[in-house]
Design a protein around this ligand. Sequence first.
Ligand code: AMP
Length: 366
Amino acid sequence: MLALTGRRMGYRIAILDPDPNCTASPVADLCLTAPFDDSAALHRLAEYSQVITYEFENLPIESLRLLASLKPVYPDPSILHICQHRERERDFLKTSGFPSPRYSVVTSASDLATAMKTFSGKTRLKSSAFGYDGKGQLSLEPSTDSTKAWQKIQVPRAILEEHVPFVRELSAIIARDSAGHTVSYFPFENRHQDGILERTLFPARIPDQTANRATQLAEQIAKKLNLVGLLTVELFELSDGGLWVNELAPRVHNSGHLTAEACPTSQFEQQIRAICGLPLGTVSPIGPAAMFNLLGDLWNNGEPDWAPLLALPAASLHLYGKAEARPGRKMGHLTIRAPDLDQAIQLGLSALNPIREKAKLPPLLP
Ligand code: AMP
């Protein structure tokens, strides 16, 4: 989606990806198929490029540092270094005074047993590195056997954090240019299923005060990180209206996909503007929109019949062209615009639930 947008803006695109069938390959001018730490491929990418960015966090930081020694890389690799590792991320949030869940670092079953005792209720065990879409995470009860849980997660380091009884999950996406100008989207409201984003609603159904606080947090974090580019701040909204930061992602984000239809400047264009030194675009909502992820499970009975989705008014079907549909794999998304959010949700459910039924999946709930 970044590459498609870059092409529309008149740029030429080179990508590096270990997968020859990666989704950007059909739209890239140059496709380097190599591991992310292949020095020759990194040099070639830098040679071809005037500016470099990334839209995936599990990258070897040394590769980004090498690229940054050759050409500008935005956001700066030091930001990715913080965000790609939960311990560093939580430590950054805590020491900078940004509200986030309490946590302990865990490196053994006995650490885990000790940490579980310090939290009175339910907890969440999260691998320190290489986690995304709920991967490398376990929900623990106080009665859970810590030895078994540690064996199950199978990682050398993790954090144990308190379970947060949030009323809503939100995300704030902010762009910041090299002069420190920022533009923030109105917050997004997110619903997850099994740790994977199921839907995003926009604008989030929250009081202005909460929206302002979310934007303020995103601005303060972006400034503290000296960001150039895009940053997504995932937030938990508590019952008293307070906001806690769950995660940071220095990149375009799944919760911002609907900006392609719901805002004058999409998150993809905004990231390209920010890293290319162009003025940032306007982001005031054009109207309400709901985005539903299309996961590989929908392919249980072969490729779904998309006709009912295509028949929806003001709906955009995005299919990423991934060769293999696996359970939980993001294969595409559907964005629906409507005069109000309830209508957008209803339209989405009425079109998606028959497709889910054919794939023997439970219906999506309002
Ligand atoms: P993460 O990969 O950390 O964003 O976690 C994926 C999803 O799991 C989040 O979006 C939440 O829905 C849920 N989750 C993660 N951490 C917690 C927590 N400490 N308390 C409650 N739910 C959580």
